[in-house]
Design a protein around this ligand. Structure first.
Ligand code: SF4
Length: 424
């Protein structure tokens, strides 16, 4: 039985698709291209109206769609209107919503092999993609913050947290598979809470394990509301070998008025305070962020607040988004929508700032030593990797090295957002 797996959307979706693909392969199914597939599994996204359009276009582009079994998985299927959507309500289309996603492998397998022996498809709670140079562990799903522009929290379902013991085992397993860096991911990672273990205590206990195993942990995005004193203290420079000195903290807006309209539950002062305290722990910490421009009612002053806060935070990288209306969210009906022209202008201004800040940050590492996980071998014995500080680094080495290895590189040059140096 051949199946083709297609993924739309975010990193979390990609991770989940790889997990499904790995589990189905273990059950004896072949992952193939679309032409040779008997079935197609599509991990969907509904973050913008465009995402919905892309999915329908993709469905319509499948040549022999009626002769294949199609599995539609995730966010698009979990929307209120999915049940009445004629485009996807067809006999050969099986819908698997977000609440059933953890069990997607079983559902697909049982449908295709026409067996209902549920013992066959035992899914793993944690999984790391085999081809990557880092081990990605999804330890959390769901979000109950409900930002007023976000459809994802409305379709991703309830909070789910992996028990700490399973996480420790997965870290151990990652080490046995030669990984030197483990990345915790989740939809709203900072909200992790399992019985008496909250996020920062989980991180601290995993850091202790990492120290014993000689690996480092990296945290993906953490919302500002989850940065307490304890979490901030873990970023102390002395911990940089076990906790990557990099924090991704979505700002979205630097204006108190807009943050309130967004229902983000923190203000400018709180964000500024996090940044100041983090830099006190480690002045070389890298901070990255997501910023949105053109949210309803954003005027020049509000935009300027975002600009100055990003500048103050000395961001290494800013992901800049233009607000787009999303049906089913409170912001959809808000007054004073911002004109596209205005959004584009503000995004351009922030892009320029992003380039300047990024360059300044990169250059501040000249002459320093960075711990780099190797990701690729380039030509002429050159290697490429990422430092704990989330900086791209290239270096030459006459002795053969391989992906996943951790090496120390002394930096002596900067060019176009890449640092170069030599292994020490
Ligand atoms: S924190 Fe806000 S933007 Fe992020 S998933 Fe939750 S509701 Fe959406």
């Amino acid at each position: 039985m051949n199946i083709y797996i297609h993924t739309f959307g975010c990193k979390l979706n990609k991770y989940e698709s790889e997990k499904i693909s790995y589990e189905l392969t273990n059950l004896g199914l072949n992952i193939t291209d679309i032409k040779n597939a008997d079935a197609v599994a599509i991990n969907t996204c509904t973050v913008t109206k465009d995402s919905d359009k892309k999915l329908i276009l993709f469905l319509n582009s499948i040549a022999d769609i009626n002769s294949k079994t199609i599995f539609l998985i995730g966010c698009y299927v979990s929307k209120e209107d999915a049940k009445s959507n004629a485009e996807i309500q067809k006999e050969n289309i099986i819908l698997i919503n977000n609440d059933e996603k953890e069990n997607a492998t079983n559902i697909i397998y049982n449908k295709l092999i026409k067996s209902h022996d549920s013992n066959l498809a035992k899914t793993t709670a944690l999984f790391f993609p085999q081809e990557q140079s880092r081990a990605f562990l999804k330890i959390q799903d769901g979000c109950s913050v409900f930002c007023s522009y976000c459809i994802v929290s409305r379709v991703r379902g309830k909070n789910k947290n992996v028990p700490p013991n399973e996480i420790y085992q997965a870290v151990q397993k990652a080490k046995e598979n030669d990984y030197k860096e483990i990345v915790f991911t989740g939809l709203n990672l900072g909200s992790y809470n399992y019985e008496n273990t909250n996020f920062s205590y989980l991180v601290e206990s995993v850091m202790e394990l990492c120290a014993k195993l000689g690996v480092r942990l990296r945290l993906s995005s953490i919302e500002p509301i989850y940065f307490d004193k304890h979490l901030i203290s873990l970023f102390d420079e002395k911990n940089k070998k076990v906790l990557a000195p990099h924090a991704h903290i979505p700002l979205q807006s630097g204006s108190d008025k807009i943050l309130k309209l967004m229902n983000r539950r923190y203000d400018r002062k709180h964000f500024k305070n996090i940044i100041e305290e983090l830099y006190k722990q480690n002045e070389y910490l890298s901070i990255t962020t997501d910023v949105m421009v053109g949210f309803p009612d954003e005027d020049e002053n509000d935009f300027n607040d975002s600009y100055t806060l990003c500048e103050f935070s000395k961001m290494l990288k800013m992901h800049i988004f233009r607000y787009s209306k999303r049906e089913g969210t409170p912001a959809f009906n808000m007054e004073n929508q911002v004109a596209i022209r205005q959004k584009t202008k503000r995004a351009d201004i922030l892009n320029k700032l992003n380039n300047r800040l990024s360059e300044e940050k990169y250059k501040s590492f000249l002459g320093r030593k960075l711990d780099v996980v190797i990701e690729k071998e380039l030509d002429n014995s050159m290697y490429e990797g990422t430092a704990g500080e989330y900086l791209k680094v290239e270096f030459q080495n006459s002795v053969k090295l391989h992906k996943k290895m951790l090496v120390s590189v002394k930096i002596d040059e900067y060019k176009n957002k890449i640092l170069t140096g030599s292994v020490i």
